[in-house]
Design a protein around this ligand. Structure first.
Ligand SMILES: Nc1ncnc2c1ncn2[C@@H]1O[C@H](COP(=O)(O)OP(=O)(O)O)[C@@H](O)[C@H]1O
Ligand SMILES: CC(=O)N[C@@H](CCC(=O)OP(=O)(O)O)C(=O)O
Length: 260
């Protein structure tokens, strides 16, 4: 029972060892996790250190050549290897790759490339390569950099990349691990987690501003991947104890988005 887990940069640094132990247990029990990770805050940090200004348009980082150089360095280098090391420390077998390795993530420029630059949409995923790595007993850890036929690389939002990997692999579940307990709504001045949301509710919450910023690419990626084999997307908090095994085995935490 394979599943794709997207791990956001918002929560990566704070994830406890137990989170990786949980992944090891799931791998050992035959659950076949595949990880796609982000790293937005770490990219911001390095861009800042290098004095490169950065901004977002509609949730996507405006990416020119020097920015892309840093995005690849941070995601495919520092963050990807950090996750692989932590998994290995927990006793899991992990293999880190960027979306350019083995043409794992094929991409094309996004529709508004004139505004955001070298940002990609996924056109294909080398599912055979991922399945081969899983069959060897390794947990694939994928950085969201894409490549086109001409060899041009692209910066891809990690939620978008994870949704595309889930679709192309044909897994039933995608789990989005972030720094909030799910999609929240304020009712009578009190913040509540929505256990389930419909596509219509999502659109209404985006329109009203109740879903904003980094949550927008998550819900868009969720709705986009809930078309083929993918049956559910769970948005959960990385800091919650045993969050992954509870999501996989019980399913009743965070916010669930299902196919309509
Ligand atoms: N309705 C909402 N419920 C919960 N979080 C929301 C909502 N709308 C926007 N957000 C924001 O989305 C953030 C998660 O997105 P982001 O920071 O991009 O995380 P990640 O790095 O995990 O992708 C939350 O920390 C919160 O600030
Ligand atoms: C095009 C685009 O915006 N790419 C993202 C890739 C990393 C990412 O998505 O990281 P999080 O999951 O931590 O947000 C970026 O440059 O920040």
């Amino acid at each position: 029972m394979a599943f794709v887990m997207k791990c956001g940069g918002s929560t990566l640094a704070a994830l406890p060892d137990a989170f990786f132990g949980d992944l090891r247990d799931l791998q050992e029990s035959g659950a076949q996790p595949v990880i796609v990770h982000g790293g937005g805050p770490a990219i911001n940090e390095t861009l800042g250190q290098l004095g490169i200004e950065s901004r977002f348009e509609g949730g996507l980082r405006v990416t020119d050549e020097p920015t892309l150089e840093v995005v690849e360095m941070v995601l495919a280098g520092r963050i990807n290897k950090q996750i692989v090391r932590r998994l290995q420390q927990s006793g899991a077998k992990a293999l880190g790759l960027s979306g350019t390795d083995g043409r794992l993530i094929e991409a094309k420029p996004v529709a508004n490339a004139d505004v955001v630059g070298l940002v990609g949409d996924v056109t294909g995923v080398n599912a055979e390569l991922i399945q081969g790595i899983v069959a060897l007993g390794y947990l694939p850890v994928i950085a969201p950099i894409g490549i086109d036929a001409a060899g041009q690389r692209y910066n891809i939002n990690a939620d978008t990349a994870a949704g595309a990997v889930a679709s192309h692999l044909g897994v039933a579940t995608m789990i989005v691990v972030t720094d909030v307990p799910g999609i929240m709504r304020t009712v009578d001045g009190e913040k509540q987690v929505l256990p389930q949301v419909s596509f219509a509710q999502i659109e209404a919450m985006i329109a009203s501003g109740e879903i904003y910023g980094g949550m927008i690419p998550k819900v868009r990626a969720a709705m986009a991947c809930l078309t083929g084999d993918v049956r559910e997307v769970l948005i959960v908090d990385g800091a919650a104890p045993r969050v992954l095994s509870r999501a996989v085995n019980e399913g009743n935490l965070g916010t669930r988005i299902v196919r309509e």
